[in-house]
Write a protein that binds this ligand. Structure first.
Ligand code: GDP
Ligand code: MN
Length: 397
């Protein structure tokens, strides 16, 4: 789960990291009011959307008076920011953050990520930060420093000091930079984040360190331990299909093919997608029903895909370890009896209670194409899709 910049800053504040004074606004009037409240004579108005790179697409405005703050906010509210280049999804601005303008002496980059290769938290830092960090990582890869944290002992003060030193922090700031890096790690660790990024981390005019921008991402599977973080979720920033699924206790990942996939577990999902591709098919999604899925959840998953007009075929592939095939079958029958699908459905069941599951499917009399192995499931799906396209034309525009 992603959160907004202002929320990340508030969290980091709680760990002792300094950020500019700021206030959130839901309207241009409120933005101007925030500026007055913050005081001073120069502000930055920042679109709050779940993505970086706002500076390059007009999401960050430098304002010299309250009127300019009002105008910048007016322009931002309701606008769409496309930060990932053409073709990428855009995000609508519903909130803006107004901050005191900070005079920058130097911009740096600090990031903590979950590094899947080393299975460790990795600190990534660069003495030059700001908007060009992506380019720098390509043009001068050696200027980016990386440091692995051993989970058994956590980040050590010497590591933080070394990072601060390599960032070119002078002796006057070495202590506070070390503290800041340790604090960022503590935030990462204690809040079950998968990413904490401060970019830019700056030396302000007064010579002190300040986190000028920040992003945080959290492990969805650990959110139950942090209700105060789960509360920060902003559905307006998420893929509507994924949100709907998540609200139903399902995990949905959308793709651009025309084969609907309901599976259990990410591993089986990956294998299914790969095999489909190998046979010339392309998935429209993967919808993970998780473990111990009751019939209701399975039926919900099918209903969710029933509204997708791009599907040519639906493949339900479950290898039941914690799941029960009879429950899966009941869910399939429940959903299809309520509202028949207009596309072919292939069901492959294996594992727990598979015999009961098969019986339930055949007793239902529904036109379900059955398969027992993964290979069979995929080839039958591909064939059914082809037949569907031959008789109706392609569904995917
Ligand atoms: P991003 O483009 O989404 O990463 O948004 P940022 O918050 O990082 O803002 C983009 C850039 O605007 C930063 O890298 C800074 O160079 C600049 N910027 C943002 N806030 C301030 C500020 O208060 N003072 C100054 N001088 N520059 C700022
Ligand atoms: Mn930034």
């Amino acid at each position: 789960m992603d959160i907004h910049e202002y929320q990340a800053k508030e969290l980091l504040n709680g760990f002792g990291i300094r950020t500019p004074r700021g206030g959130l606004a839901y309207s241009p009037e409120q933005a101007a009011y925030r500026a007055r409240d913050i005081g001073g004579e120069r502000w930055v108005v920042k679109a709050q959307v779940h993505s970086g790179g706002r500076g390059k697409v007009g999401g960050i405005h430098d304002c010299g008076d309250e009127d300019a703050v009002y105008r910048a906010a007016s322009r931002l509210f309701g606008s769409r920011l496309q930060t990932g280049g053409s073709g990428s999804p855009s995000k609508v601005v519903y909130r803006v953050y107004v901050e005191e303008y900070v005079e920058i002496q130097r911009e740096m980059y600090l990031g903590l990520v979950l590094d899947r290769n080393s299975e460790r938290v990795m600190v990534v830092a660069s003495a030059s930060g700001g908007m060009e960090i992506e380019e720098i990582s390509v043009s001068e890869p050696d200027s980016i420093l990386r440091c692995i944290v051993e989970p058994a002992v956590g980040m050590q003060a010497f590591q933080a000091r070394e990072i601060a030193f390599l960032l070119g922090i002078d002796s006057a700031n070495l202590r506070s930079a070390t503290d800041l890096i340790l604090a960022a790690y503590r935030a990462f660790e204690e809040l079950d984040a998968t990413m904490v990024e401060i970019n830019p981390l700056v030396i302000a005019e007064d010579g002190r360190l300040c986190a000028l921008d920040s992003k945080m991402t959290f492990d969805d599977n650990a959110l139950y331990r942090h209700p105060e973080i789960a509360e920060l979720r902003d559905k307006s920033q998420e893929d509507a299909r994924e949100t709907r699924a998540m609200d139903r206790g399902l995990k949905y990942i959308g793709f651009d093919g025309d084969i609907g996939c309901i599976v259990n577990g990410a591993g089986l999902a990956m294998a299914t997608l790969d095999l489909l591709e190998k046979h010339g098919g392309r998935a429209a999604n993967f919808l993970d029903i998780g473990g111990a899925a009751p019939p209701e959840r399975v039926a919900k998953a099918i209903r969710q895909l029933q509204s997708d007009e791009h599907l040519s075929v639906l493949l339900i592939n479950v290898f039941a370890g914690i799941n029960r095939c009879d429950w899966i079958a009941e869910g399939v029958v429940q959903a299809l009896a309520e509202k028949p699908l207009t596309i072919p459905v292939v069901v492959r069941l294996a594992g727990n209670n598979v015999e009961e599951g098969r019986k339930t499917l055949s007793r239902s009399g529904l036109p379900i194409i059955r398969a027992s192995t993964l290979d069979e499931a995929v080839t039958r799906t591909i064939t059914a899709r082809q037949r569907m396209i031959d008789s109706n034309g392609p569904r995917n525009p």
